[in-house]
Design a protein around this ligand. Structure first.
Ligand code: FIX
Ligand code: ZN
Length: 434
Protein backbone atom coordinates (compact mmCIF):
# COMPACT_ATOMS: atom_id res chain seq x y z
CA UNK A 1 0.00 0.00 0.00
CA UNK A 2 2.33 2.72 -1.36
CA UNK A 3 1.89 6.37 -0.21
CA UNK A 4 -1.16 7.51 -2.27
CA UNK A 5 -0.15 9.75 -5.23
CA UNK A 6 -2.53 12.74 -5.78
CA UNK A 7 -4.26 12.57 -9.21
CA UNK A 8 -2.82 14.86 -11.88
CA UNK A 9 -5.13 16.29 -14.58
CA UNK A 10 -4.63 14.85 -18.06
CA UNK A 11 -3.19 18.23 -19.13
CA UNK A 12 -0.52 17.94 -16.44
CA UNK A 13 0.36 14.32 -17.12
CA UNK A 14 0.55 15.24 -20.80
CA UNK A 15 2.78 18.25 -20.10
CA UNK A 16 6.48 17.52 -20.37
CA UNK A 17 8.47 17.83 -17.20
CA UNK A 18 10.26 20.89 -18.58
CA UNK A 19 7.12 22.83 -19.42
CA UNK A 20 6.35 25.94 -17.34
CA UNK A 21 3.47 25.27 -14.94
CA UNK A 22 0.41 27.53 -14.54
CA UNK A 23 -0.12 28.73 -10.95
CA UNK A 24 -3.14 26.42 -10.63
CA UNK A 25 -1.01 23.41 -11.58
CA UNK A 26 1.68 23.94 -8.92
CA UNK A 27 0.01 22.48 -5.80
CA UNK A 28 -0.99 19.09 -7.29
CA UNK A 29 2.46 18.72 -8.87
CA UNK A 30 4.20 19.55 -5.58
CA UNK A 31 2.00 17.04 -3.73
CA UNK A 32 2.62 14.43 -6.42
CA UNK A 33 6.39 14.90 -6.39
CA UNK A 34 6.54 14.93 -2.56
CA UNK A 35 4.51 11.72 -2.43
CA UNK A 36 6.63 9.96 -5.06
CA UNK A 37 10.07 11.04 -3.78
CA UNK A 38 11.62 8.38 -1.53
CA UNK A 39 13.10 10.14 1.49
CA UNK A 40 16.36 9.47 3.34
CA UNK A 41 15.48 9.68 7.06
CA UNK A 42 18.76 11.02 8.48
CA UNK A 43 18.05 10.60 12.20
CA UNK A 44 16.10 7.81 13.88
CA UNK A 45 16.42 5.48 16.86
CA UNK A 46 15.37 2.48 14.76
CA UNK A 47 17.51 -0.65 14.48
CA UNK A 48 18.05 -3.16 11.68
CA UNK A 49 16.65 -6.68 12.36
CA UNK A 50 20.13 -7.99 13.26
CA UNK A 51 19.92 -5.90 16.47
CA UNK A 52 17.02 -8.04 17.67
CA UNK A 53 14.97 -6.61 20.54
CA UNK A 54 16.69 -3.20 20.30
CA UNK A 55 14.43 -2.63 17.29
CA UNK A 56 11.00 -1.58 18.57
CA UNK A 57 7.77 -2.15 16.59
CA UNK A 58 4.10 -3.03 17.07
CA UNK A 59 1.17 -1.55 18.98
CA UNK A 60 2.54 -1.85 22.54
CA UNK A 61 5.74 -0.01 21.59
CA UNK A 62 3.75 2.62 19.63
CA UNK A 63 1.59 3.35 22.69
CA UNK A 64 4.42 3.38 25.26
CA UNK A 65 6.42 5.92 23.20
CA UNK A 66 7.81 8.51 25.64
CA UNK A 67 5.90 11.32 23.86
CA UNK A 68 2.65 9.48 24.82
CA UNK A 69 3.87 8.68 28.32
CA UNK A 70 4.34 12.41 28.94
CA UNK A 71 0.75 13.03 27.78
CA UNK A 72 -0.55 10.04 29.76
CA UNK A 73 0.60 11.47 33.10
CA UNK A 74 -1.47 14.59 32.34
CA UNK A 75 -4.64 12.59 31.73
CA UNK A 76 -4.41 9.89 34.38
CA UNK A 77 -4.10 9.61 38.16
CA UNK A 78 -1.51 6.87 37.75
CA UNK A 79 1.83 8.01 39.16
CA UNK A 80 5.06 7.39 37.22
CA UNK A 81 6.13 4.82 39.82
CA UNK A 82 2.83 2.95 39.49
CA UNK A 83 3.07 3.12 35.68
CA UNK A 84 6.66 1.86 35.45
CA UNK A 85 5.76 -1.02 37.79
CA UNK A 86 3.31 -2.29 35.13
CA UNK A 87 4.21 -4.70 32.30
CA UNK A 88 4.59 -3.29 28.78
CA UNK A 89 1.17 -4.67 27.83
CA UNK A 90 -0.47 -3.16 30.92
CA UNK A 91 1.24 0.18 30.22
CA UNK A 92 -0.06 0.16 26.62
CA UNK A 93 -3.58 -0.74 27.82
CA UNK A 94 -3.51 2.13 30.33
CA UNK A 95 -2.34 4.65 27.72
CA UNK A 96 -4.88 3.45 25.15
CA UNK A 97 -7.73 3.80 27.73
CA UNK A 98 -6.65 7.24 29.00
CA UNK A 99 -5.69 8.93 25.71
CA UNK A 100 -7.77 7.14 23.04
CA UNK A 101 -10.95 5.94 24.85
CA UNK A 102 -11.51 8.33 27.75
CA UNK A 103 -10.21 11.31 25.74
CA UNK A 104 -10.12 12.30 22.05
CA UNK A 105 -6.69 11.61 20.46
CA UNK A 106 -6.14 15.19 19.26
CA UNK A 107 -2.44 15.63 19.99
CA UNK A 108 0.16 15.13 17.27
CA UNK A 109 1.44 11.91 18.88
CA UNK A 110 -1.94 10.32 19.61
CA UNK A 111 -3.20 11.18 16.12
CA UNK A 112 -0.04 9.46 14.88
CA UNK A 113 -1.08 6.13 16.39
CA UNK A 114 -4.56 6.51 14.88
CA UNK A 115 -2.97 7.14 11.47
CA UNK A 116 -0.85 3.98 11.77
CA UNK A 117 -3.88 1.85 12.69
CA UNK A 118 -5.81 3.29 9.73
CA UNK A 119 -2.87 2.67 7.39
CA UNK A 120 -3.07 -1.05 8.22
CA UNK A 121 -6.87 -1.09 7.96
CA UNK A 122 -7.29 -1.63 11.72
CA UNK A 123 -10.06 -0.13 13.86
CA UNK A 124 -9.06 3.24 15.36
CA UNK A 125 -11.90 3.37 17.93
CA UNK A 126 -11.67 -0.07 19.55
CA UNK A 127 -12.22 -0.33 23.31
CA UNK A 128 -9.17 -2.59 23.64
CA UNK A 129 -6.05 -3.63 21.72
CA UNK A 130 -6.95 -7.25 20.93
CA UNK A 131 -7.32 -6.72 17.17
CA UNK A 132 -4.18 -4.58 16.88
CA UNK A 133 -2.10 -7.03 18.91
CA UNK A 134 -3.30 -9.93 16.78
CA UNK A 135 -2.35 -8.05 13.62
CA UNK A 136 1.13 -6.96 14.68
CA UNK A 137 1.73 -10.33 16.32
CA UNK A 138 1.21 -12.02 12.94
CA UNK A 139 3.83 -9.94 11.09
CA UNK A 140 7.31 -11.22 10.19
CA UNK A 141 9.80 -8.44 10.88
CA UNK A 142 11.67 -8.38 7.53
CA UNK A 143 8.51 -8.21 5.39
CA UNK A 144 6.97 -5.77 7.83
CA UNK A 145 9.98 -3.44 7.62
CA UNK A 146 9.84 -3.55 3.83
CA UNK A 147 6.13 -2.78 3.81
CA UNK A 148 6.41 0.02 6.38
CA UNK A 149 9.23 1.72 4.45
CA UNK A 150 7.11 1.58 1.30
CA UNK A 151 4.06 3.00 3.11
CA UNK A 152 6.18 5.80 4.58
CA UNK A 153 7.83 6.57 1.22
CA UNK A 154 11.37 6.27 2.65
CA UNK A 155 14.31 4.40 1.12
CA UNK A 156 16.74 4.48 4.03
CA UNK A 157 16.88 5.29 7.73
CA UNK A 158 19.94 6.36 9.66
CA UNK A 159 20.18 4.71 13.08
CA UNK A 160 21.64 6.09 16.33
CA UNK A 161 24.37 3.75 17.48
CA UNK A 162 26.08 4.03 20.84
CA UNK A 163 29.46 2.18 21.00
CA UNK A 164 29.32 2.31 24.79
CA UNK A 165 25.79 0.95 25.17
CA UNK A 166 25.99 -2.32 27.16
CA UNK A 167 23.30 -3.98 25.01
CA UNK A 168 24.31 -2.63 21.61
CA UNK A 169 28.14 -2.66 21.74
CA UNK A 170 28.47 -6.47 22.07
CA UNK A 171 26.33 -6.92 18.94
CA UNK A 172 28.77 -4.79 16.92
CA UNK A 173 31.81 -6.41 18.54
CA UNK A 174 30.44 -9.84 17.54
CA UNK A 175 29.98 -8.65 13.96
CA UNK A 176 26.75 -7.34 12.38
CA UNK A 177 25.49 -8.12 8.88
CA UNK A 178 24.73 -4.85 7.10
CA UNK A 179 21.19 -3.99 6.04
CA UNK A 180 20.99 -1.75 2.96
CA UNK A 181 18.13 0.33 4.37
CA UNK A 182 19.59 0.88 7.84
CA UNK A 183 22.77 2.98 8.00
CA UNK A 184 24.79 3.61 11.14
CA UNK A 185 25.82 6.70 13.07
CA UNK A 186 28.51 6.88 15.74
CA UNK A 187 26.78 8.58 18.69
CA UNK A 188 29.22 10.11 21.16
CA UNK A 189 27.11 11.50 24.03
CA UNK A 190 28.74 9.23 26.62
CA UNK A 191 32.23 10.35 25.54
CA UNK A 192 31.66 14.08 24.96
CA UNK A 193 29.05 14.69 27.68
CA UNK A 194 29.60 12.05 30.37
CA UNK A 195 33.32 11.31 30.20
CA UNK A 196 33.75 10.95 33.94
CA UNK A 197 31.05 8.28 34.11
CA UNK A 198 32.20 6.42 30.97
CA UNK A 199 35.97 6.59 30.43
CA UNK A 200 36.37 3.23 32.14
CA UNK A 201 34.18 1.57 29.48
CA UNK A 202 36.80 2.62 26.92
CA UNK A 203 39.52 1.38 29.26
CA UNK A 204 37.54 -1.90 29.37
CA UNK A 205 37.83 -2.02 25.56
CA UNK A 206 41.66 -1.69 26.01
CA UNK A 207 42.04 2.02 25.22
CA UNK A 208 44.60 3.74 27.50
CA UNK A 209 42.43 6.63 28.65
CA UNK A 210 42.17 8.44 32.01
CA UNK A 211 39.57 10.36 33.95
CA UNK A 212 41.19 13.71 33.13
CA UNK A 213 40.87 13.11 29.37
CA UNK A 214 44.55 13.97 29.07
CA UNK A 215 46.38 14.41 25.76
CA UNK A 216 47.17 10.68 25.74
CA UNK A 217 43.47 9.97 26.20
CA UNK A 218 42.62 12.14 23.19
CA UNK A 219 44.92 10.06 21.00
CA UNK A 220 43.38 6.85 22.36
CA UNK A 221 39.87 8.20 21.83
CA UNK A 222 40.84 8.88 18.21
CA UNK A 223 42.03 5.27 17.90
CA UNK A 224 38.68 4.21 19.40
CA UNK A 225 36.80 6.30 16.82
CA UNK A 226 38.78 4.84 13.91
CA UNK A 227 38.14 1.30 15.13
CA UNK A 228 34.42 1.91 15.53
CA UNK A 229 34.16 3.68 12.16
CA UNK A 230 35.72 0.61 10.53
CA UNK A 231 33.10 -1.51 12.33
CA UNK A 232 30.03 0.68 11.74
CA UNK A 233 30.89 2.54 8.51
CA UNK A 234 28.82 5.42 9.89
CA UNK A 235 27.11 8.17 7.87
CA UNK A 236 28.33 10.73 10.42
CA UNK A 237 29.30 11.10 14.05
CA UNK A 238 26.78 12.73 16.38
CA UNK A 239 26.29 14.23 19.80
CA UNK A 240 23.38 15.89 21.56
CA UNK A 241 24.47 18.87 23.66
CA UNK A 242 22.72 20.72 26.50
CA UNK A 243 21.29 24.23 26.27
CA UNK A 244 24.20 25.27 28.52
CA UNK A 245 26.82 24.07 25.99
CA UNK A 246 29.68 26.55 25.63
CA UNK A 247 32.61 26.45 23.23
CA UNK A 248 35.42 27.20 23.81
CA UNK A 249 35.39 26.23 27.48
CA UNK A 250 37.82 24.16 29.54
CA UNK A 251 35.97 20.82 29.79
CA UNK A 252 36.97 17.20 29.17
CA UNK A 253 34.25 17.02 26.52
CA UNK A 254 35.48 20.07 24.63
CA UNK A 255 39.06 18.82 24.80
CA UNK A 256 38.06 15.49 23.27
CA UNK A 257 35.88 17.27 20.70
CA UNK A 258 38.82 19.46 19.65
CA UNK A 259 41.67 16.97 19.88
CA UNK A 260 39.99 13.67 18.94
CA UNK A 261 36.54 13.88 17.36
CA UNK A 262 36.96 16.77 14.90
CA UNK A 263 40.37 15.60 13.63
CA UNK A 264 38.95 12.07 13.18
CA UNK A 265 35.91 13.42 11.32
CA UNK A 266 38.21 15.38 9.04
CA UNK A 267 40.45 12.40 8.32
CA UNK A 268 37.49 10.10 7.71
CA UNK A 269 35.64 12.79 5.73
CA UNK A 270 32.61 12.49 8.03
CA UNK A 271 30.34 15.31 9.17
CA UNK A 272 29.68 15.80 12.88
CA UNK A 273 26.04 16.23 13.91
CA UNK A 274 25.46 18.68 16.76
CA UNK A 275 21.98 18.48 18.30
CA UNK A 276 21.86 21.38 20.72
CA UNK A 277 19.41 22.45 23.43
CA UNK A 278 18.26 19.48 25.51
CA UNK A 279 17.81 19.74 29.26
CA UNK A 280 18.16 16.14 30.34
CA UNK A 281 15.94 14.68 33.03
CA UNK A 282 14.28 17.81 34.35
CA UNK A 283 11.76 15.32 35.79
CA UNK A 284 13.62 12.00 36.28
CA UNK A 285 10.43 10.24 37.44
CA UNK A 286 9.25 10.26 33.82
CA UNK A 287 12.43 8.50 32.61
CA UNK A 288 12.79 8.95 28.79
CA UNK A 289 9.84 11.34 28.91
CA UNK A 290 11.64 13.45 31.54
CA UNK A 291 13.81 15.56 29.18
CA UNK A 292 13.03 19.19 28.28
CA UNK A 293 14.66 21.96 26.31
CA UNK A 294 16.35 25.33 26.79
CA UNK A 295 17.48 28.13 24.59
CA UNK A 296 21.20 27.72 23.81
CA UNK A 297 23.86 30.35 23.24
CA UNK A 298 24.60 29.62 19.59
CA UNK A 299 27.78 31.69 19.67
CA UNK A 300 29.38 28.35 20.59
CA UNK A 301 28.25 27.00 17.24
CA UNK A 302 29.60 30.15 15.56
CA UNK A 303 32.97 29.58 17.23
CA UNK A 304 33.08 25.91 16.18
CA UNK A 305 32.15 26.58 12.53
CA UNK A 306 34.71 29.39 12.30
CA UNK A 307 37.48 27.53 14.14
CA UNK A 308 37.06 24.30 12.11
CA UNK A 309 36.26 25.48 8.56
CA UNK A 310 37.28 22.12 7.04
CA UNK A 311 34.83 20.16 9.17
CA UNK A 312 31.17 19.80 8.18
CA UNK A 313 28.46 20.21 10.80
CA UNK A 314 24.91 18.83 10.59
CA UNK A 315 23.02 20.93 13.12
CA UNK A 316 19.61 20.71 14.74
CA UNK A 317 18.58 22.99 17.60
CA UNK A 318 15.77 22.13 20.00
CA UNK A 319 14.58 25.58 21.05
CA UNK A 320 12.13 27.49 18.86
CA UNK A 321 13.94 30.67 19.86
CA UNK A 322 17.21 29.41 18.34
CA UNK A 323 15.80 28.69 14.85
CA UNK A 324 16.33 32.11 13.29
CA UNK A 325 19.93 32.34 14.57
CA UNK A 326 20.61 28.90 13.09
CA UNK A 327 19.37 30.11 9.69
CA UNK A 328 21.59 33.19 9.90
CA UNK A 329 24.64 31.13 10.91
CA UNK A 330 23.98 28.79 7.97
CA UNK A 331 24.21 31.86 5.73
CA UNK A 332 27.60 32.68 7.27
CA UNK A 333 29.10 29.20 7.32
CA UNK A 334 28.76 26.86 4.33
CA UNK A 335 30.15 24.06 6.52
CA UNK A 336 26.88 24.18 8.51
CA UNK A 337 23.83 22.21 7.32
CA UNK A 338 20.66 22.82 9.32
CA UNK A 339 18.44 19.77 9.58
CA UNK A 340 15.11 18.74 11.01
CA UNK A 341 12.47 20.12 13.31
CA UNK A 342 13.70 18.14 16.28
CA UNK A 343 11.56 16.52 19.03
CA UNK A 344 9.32 19.20 20.69
CA UNK A 345 9.48 21.18 17.42
CA UNK A 346 8.01 18.35 15.37
CA UNK A 347 4.49 19.80 15.38
CA UNK A 348 2.84 21.17 12.19
CA UNK A 349 2.44 24.74 13.49
CA UNK A 350 6.16 24.97 14.32
CA UNK A 351 7.40 22.90 11.36
CA UNK A 352 5.54 25.36 9.13
CA UNK A 353 7.16 28.40 10.74
CA UNK A 354 10.67 26.92 10.71
CA UNK A 355 10.44 25.59 7.14
CA UNK A 356 9.07 28.83 5.67
CA UNK A 357 11.87 30.78 7.32
CA UNK A 358 14.49 28.33 6.07
CA UNK A 359 13.20 28.50 2.46
CA UNK A 360 13.12 32.30 2.62
CA UNK A 361 16.71 32.45 3.97
CA UNK A 362 18.39 29.30 2.57
CA UNK A 363 16.42 28.30 -0.54
CA UNK A 364 16.78 24.50 -0.75
CA UNK A 365 20.19 24.30 0.98
CA UNK A 366 18.92 22.57 4.14
CA UNK A 367 17.42 19.22 5.23
CA UNK A 368 13.81 19.95 6.28
CA UNK A 369 13.06 17.03 8.54
CA UNK A 370 14.04 13.76 10.16
CA UNK A 371 11.57 11.46 11.91
CA UNK A 372 13.46 10.68 15.15
CA UNK A 373 11.31 7.51 15.08
CA UNK A 374 11.89 5.17 18.02
CA UNK A 375 9.24 2.65 16.89
CA UNK A 376 9.24 1.33 13.30
CA UNK A 377 5.68 2.21 12.27
CA UNK A 378 6.10 5.82 13.43
CA UNK A 379 7.78 6.63 10.11
CA UNK A 380 4.36 6.16 8.45
CA UNK A 381 2.68 9.09 10.22
CA UNK A 382 5.76 11.22 10.80
CA UNK A 383 6.52 11.34 7.06
CA UNK A 384 2.90 11.69 5.91
CA UNK A 385 2.56 14.60 8.37
CA UNK A 386 5.75 16.16 7.03
CA UNK A 387 4.57 15.83 3.41
CA UNK A 388 1.17 17.25 4.39
CA UNK A 389 2.74 20.25 6.16
CA UNK A 390 5.41 20.98 3.54
CA UNK A 391 3.27 20.72 0.38
CA UNK A 392 1.44 24.07 0.82
CA UNK A 393 4.64 25.80 1.98
CA UNK A 394 6.60 24.70 -1.09
CA UNK A 395 3.65 25.38 -3.43
CA UNK A 396 3.35 28.89 -2.01
CA UNK A 397 7.06 29.56 -2.59
CA UNK A 398 6.72 28.48 -6.24
CA UNK A 399 3.55 30.57 -6.62
CA UNK A 400 5.42 33.64 -5.36
CA UNK A 401 8.25 32.90 -7.83
CA UNK A 402 5.81 32.75 -10.75
CA UNK A 403 4.01 35.90 -9.57
CA UNK A 404 7.39 37.64 -9.44
CA UNK A 405 7.94 36.75 -13.09
CA UNK A 406 9.84 33.47 -12.77
CA UNK A 407 8.94 30.09 -14.27
CA UNK A 408 8.75 26.67 -12.67
CA UNK A 409 8.43 23.23 -14.22
CA UNK A 410 7.82 19.76 -12.84
CA UNK A 411 11.52 19.03 -13.41
CA UNK A 412 12.44 22.00 -11.20
CA UNK A 413 10.15 20.78 -8.45
CA UNK A 414 11.54 17.23 -8.71
CA UNK A 415 15.12 18.54 -8.52
CA UNK A 416 14.34 20.76 -5.50
CA UNK A 417 12.45 18.13 -3.52
CA UNK A 418 15.11 15.54 -4.30
CA UNK A 419 17.72 17.96 -3.01
CA UNK A 420 15.79 18.67 0.21
CA UNK A 421 15.10 15.03 1.04
CA UNK A 422 17.98 13.14 -0.62
CA UNK A 423 20.91 14.85 -2.30
CA UNK A 424 21.73 17.32 0.49
CA UNK A 425 22.08 14.30 2.78
CA UNK A 426 23.89 12.18 0.19
CA UNK A 427 26.45 14.88 -0.59
CA UNK A 428 27.12 15.64 3.06
CA UNK A 429 27.30 12.13 4.40
CA UNK A 430 29.26 8.98 3.71
CA UNK A 431 26.18 7.77 1.83
CA UNK A 432 27.21 6.24 -1.44
CA UNK A 433 30.83 5.54 -0.57
CA UNK A 434 31.68 1.83 -0.15
O1 FIX B 1 18.98 12.94 21.47
C1 FIX B 1 18.18 12.48 20.66
O2 FIX B 1 18.52 11.85 19.64
C2 FIX B 1 16.70 12.69 20.91
O3 FIX B 1 16.04 12.65 19.71
C3 FIX B 1 16.17 11.60 21.80
O4 FIX B 1 16.98 11.48 22.90
C4 FIX B 1 14.74 11.86 22.29
O5 FIX B 1 14.46 11.01 23.38
C5 FIX B 1 13.72 11.61 21.24
O6 FIX B 1 13.27 10.50 21.05
C6 FIX B 1 13.25 12.70 20.46
O7 FIX B 1 12.38 12.57 19.59
ZN1 ZN C 1 16.92 11.40 18.35
Amino acid sequence: MKATLPKLSSAMTASTGAQALEIGQISPVVENVLASTEIIDIHTHLFAPSFGKLGLWGIDELLTYHYLEAEFFRSSHTTPDQYFALSKTQQADAIWRALFVENTPLSESTRGVVAVLKAFGLRTDAQNLAEARAFFGSQSVDEHIHRVFEMAGISTVVMTNDPLDPQEAPIWLNGVSEHPQFRAVLRLDKILRQWTANWQVLAGQRYKVDAQASEKSAAEVQRFLFDWCKRMRPMYMAVSLPDTFLYPAETAGNRLLTEAVLPACLELNLPLSLMIGVRLQVNPALRLAGDALGRADLRSLENICRTFPENRFLVSVLSRENQHELCVYARKFSNLMPFGCWWFLNNPSIVEEITRERIEMLGTSFIPQHSDARVLEQVIYKWSNTRRTLAPILANSYRLLVEDGGRVSRNDIERDITRLFRSNAESWMNFNKS
